[in-house]
Design a protein around this ligand. Structure first.
Ligand code: NAP
Length: 248
């Protein structure tokens, strides 16, 4: 039984939800972060409790440093931190760069990039042997958009995920001697509500004809890779970026 805590930002839906359930099965005590949908986060906590797991839901907009500090304080009260999954992420409505407002781009970077780095900062302070911690793992959710650039869709989102990739490599090297592994997953087209939140609910299914495997992915297929990275089975994996994309 693993008694260590994992924080999953955006754990109430989609990939984060599947990861929360997968981590609970592996014995982690799960902190389910959510931005606004408390009912969905509570449902994940209840599902984990029904299988004799332990979980709490904590409201945290990762675009807010104060919310992030409160999230980590709640996790501290729950148990020793062993892992962070920087999963929370947003897209924007389909647009060209010459149509984007500064506010949109700033919010995208605040949530997808600054939020991930600030959460990692708090995790390193707790898990690094340099700070008296026992080590741990940080997994960042990137996207194949980082490679494809998402032209005519959301170049700002793609750029934010490119930043996540660079951050993953650099932080991994920075803390490799301190008991912390850092890795990223680049999902392809996954069947979640993120596409609807960008105003294009059919996006994943429409584009799936271009995927070498000719289908969208399931949230569980991403969660499986995250859970593996969090496990000792991935003990020699750090600063790595892994595509889970059906070949896309
Ligand atoms: P999703 O279905 O839209 O779920 C997003 C989750 O993040 C929800 O739990 C949501 O909470 C939370 N969230 C949204 N804004 C937040 C904020 N500002 N602060 C904290 N939490 C926030 O997304 P998903 O498809 O599972 O995506 C998860 C990650 O995978 C993202 O980083 C995304 O970029 C990446 N990804 C997804 C795909 C894909 O095709 N689905 C592909 C590549 C990469 P509420 O429920 O409270 O709103």
């Amino acid at each position: 039984m693993n008694d260590r805590v994992v924080i999953i930002t955006g754990g109430s839906r989609g990939i984060g939800r599947a990861t929360a359930l997968g981590c609970a099965k592996r014995g982690f005590k799960v902190v389910v972060g959510y931005a606004s949908n408390a009912a969905a986060a509570d449902e994940v906590v209840a599902e984990i409790a029904a299988s004799n797991g332990k979980a709490i839901a904590v409201k945290c907009d990762v675009g807010s440093e104060a919310d992030i500090l409160a999230l980590f304080a709640a996790a501290d009260a729950f148990g020793p931190l062993g892992a962070l999954v920087n999963n929370a992420g947003i897209v924007g409505p389909t647009a060209r760069v010459d149509e984007m407002s500064a506010e949109r781009i700033q919010r995208m970077m605040a949530v997808n990039v600054t939020g991930s780095i600030l959460c990692a900062r708090e995790a390193v302070k707790r898990m690094s042997t340099r700070h008296g911690g026992k080590g741990g793992v940080i997994v960042n959710l990137s996207s194949v958009a980082a490679k494809l650039g998402s032209p005519n869709t959301y170049v700002d989102y793609a750029a934010s995920k490119g930043a996540v990739d660079s951050f993953t490599v650099g932080l991994g090297h920075e803390v490799a001697g301190e008991g912390i592994r850092v890795a990223a997953i680049r999902p392809g087209l996954i069947d979640t509500e993120i596409h609807a939140s960008g105003g294009d609910p059919e996006r994943a299914h429409r584009l799936s004809v271009n995927v070498p495997m000719k289908r969208v992915g399931r949230a569980e297929e991403i969660a499986n890779a995250v859970v593996w990275l969090l496990s000792d089975e991935a003990s020699y994996v750090t600063s790595a970026i892994i595509d889970v994309s059906g070949g896309r």
